[in-house]
Design a protein around this ligand. Structure first.
Ligand code: NAD
Length: 436
């Protein structure tokens, strides 16, 4: 199938490369000329493990191309995936301007029957809105509008795309559904479940999934607060809870609150959608409040570890991305953490294996370091903010020698409190009985 993927970001590029790997002929389009030039020169503009390999393979085998020419991509394709950003507006709702812009361009240049598929996470009703733009354009050709939300996780995006738990297809006609199954043929033959439903339900599945996962995280983060108050250990509690097969162990790791490009914006968006329909989505509203509180608590945790005052102190931050194995800084919990500490007069040194370029666009007055050891030099406290593997195996003796005071605040519960005590650290983590 000839496919255009519009928007070549984290989702569009993985989708384009993945669909090409399935045997389709794919053209990935973006308005960002720098991005497309880089891709044409064989450079991957984001950090995503394994992405370079699959992109290069499909480019070399002639199934994957890159372009800024949206018109031509529309004309040469039977199926058009919309994978542009849907960032949050100041009121928390999804900004659909890029989706609308693409829909209008498709309407203008359609030269035959098309499948128009939203991969972007979009509010319920967006499919209908795209349909309206296309049908009212006066173009003589018909387009079927489908929803095919994406569930990949940054950091394991290729694996998630190639072996998803399910493929969700929202469509209203049999022919479109059959064509989608053709596009995803290898997954169909792997017996990956296909959930075929109407467009509105497919759009809601994406928000409901992210809302539920975010709820699990906020839930365990509140359990961690309780553990700190009653003297429990959140990791033991999470294990005891997660072994219940009705609950499951995933997304029960206490930490500094959820971040990233999806959970915060999608939970805000679904709360807003409910409100617009006259309903208060109470659980999601609470999840958002809890997440904000948890992020602020982390600032308090660091301050408390330094006897309640960070004024004039230097703090080292290990990890800046919202999670390991990505360079994505969008809504990372390290943003309120660093801003909060700076506001109280702290000086920040920081290191992340991949996210420092993006972090440099967000933070002011942060000294970016070469590695964990340089970050630790002369700081009053070292904070583990993102659990990159290289922070799991720090040479603790060396770190202790570099720190001004042997204080470690581990917001990802990477280390064992008892071991840290025996190594001579004042060690603070999340929801555990820390020993100093
Ligand atoms: N990042 C994730 O982990 C993830 C997972 C699932 C779903 N999603 C959803 O997928 C969508 C895209 O997310 P992303 O993280 O890839 O965003 P992104 O910001 O990385 O990429 C979006 C791309 O779209 C391009 N673009 C904007 N307007 C355009 C236009 N008119 N024509 C062509 N290109 C245009 C931008 O230049 C950018 O490169 C969002 O709706 C997001 O919620 C993201």
């Amino acid at each position: 199938m000839d496919i255009a993927v519009i928007g070549t970001g984290y989702v569009g590029l993985v989708t384009g490369a993945g669909l090409a790997d399935f045997g389709n002929d794919v053209i990935c389009v973006d308005v960002d000329e720098k991005k497309i030039t880089a891709l044409k020169e064989g450079n991957i503009p984001i950090y995503e493990p394994g992405l370079d390999k699959i992109v290069n393979r499909n480019v070399n085998e002639g199934r994957l191309q890159f372009s800024t020419d949206l018109r031509e991509a529309i004309r040469s394709s039977r199926a058009i995936f919309i994978a542009v950003g849907t960032p949050p507006k100041p009121d928390g709702s999804a900004d659909l301007r890029y989706v609308e812009e693409v829909a209008r361009t498709i309407a203008q240049h359609m030269n035959g029957p098309k499948l128009v598929i939203t991969k972007s996470t979009v509010p319920i009703g967006t499919g209908r809105m795209i349909e309206k733009i296309l049908s009212e354009s006066g173009n003589e050709f018909h387009a079927s509008v489908l929803s095919n939300p994406e569930f990949l996780r940054e950091g394991s995006a290729i694996e998630d795309f190639m072996k998803p738990d399910r493929v969700v297809i929202g469509a209203s006609d049999k022919e479109s559904i059959a064509l989608m199954k053709e596009i995803y043929a290898p997954l169909h033959s792997l017996e990956i479940p296909f959930v075929v439903t109407n467009v509105e339900s497919a759009e809601l599945i994406k928000y409901a999934s992210n809302g539920f996962l975010a709820t699990k995280i906020s839930f365990i983060n509140e359990i961690a607060v309780l553990c700190e108050l009653i003297g429990g250990d959140v990791q033991d509690v999470a294990r005891g809870v997660g072994l219940d097969s009705r609950i499951g162990p995933k997304f029960l790791q206490a930490g500094p609150g959820f971040g990233g490009s999806c959970f915060p914006k999608d939970t805000s968006a679904v709360a807003g959608i409910a409100r617009r329909y006259g309903y208060e989505f109470q659980i999601i509203e609470a999840v958002l409040r809890v997440n904000d509180n948890i992020k602020q608590r982390m600032v308090g945790k660091v301050t408390k570890a330094l006897c309640g005052n960070v004024q004039g102190k230097t703090i080292g931050i290990l990890g800046l991305a919202f999670k390991p194995e990505t360079d994505d800084m969008r809504d990372s919990p390290t943003i309120p953490l660093i801003h909060g500490l700076q506001k109280q007069g702290a000086t920040i040194r920081a290191y992340d294996p991949q996210a420092m370029d993006n972090a440099g666009k967000i933070f002011k007055n942060v000294t970016f370091c070469r590695d964990a050891y340089e970050t630790a030099e002369g700081v009053d406290a070292l904070v583990i903010a993102t659990e990159w593997n290289e922070f799991r195996a720090l040479k603790l003796e060396r770190i202790r020698g570099l720190l001004k005071q042997p204080v470690i605040v581990d917001l990802r519960n990477v280390y064992d409190p008892q071991r840290m005590k025996s190594e001579g650290f004042t060690y603070v983590s999340v929801g555990r009985r820390d020993r100093a």
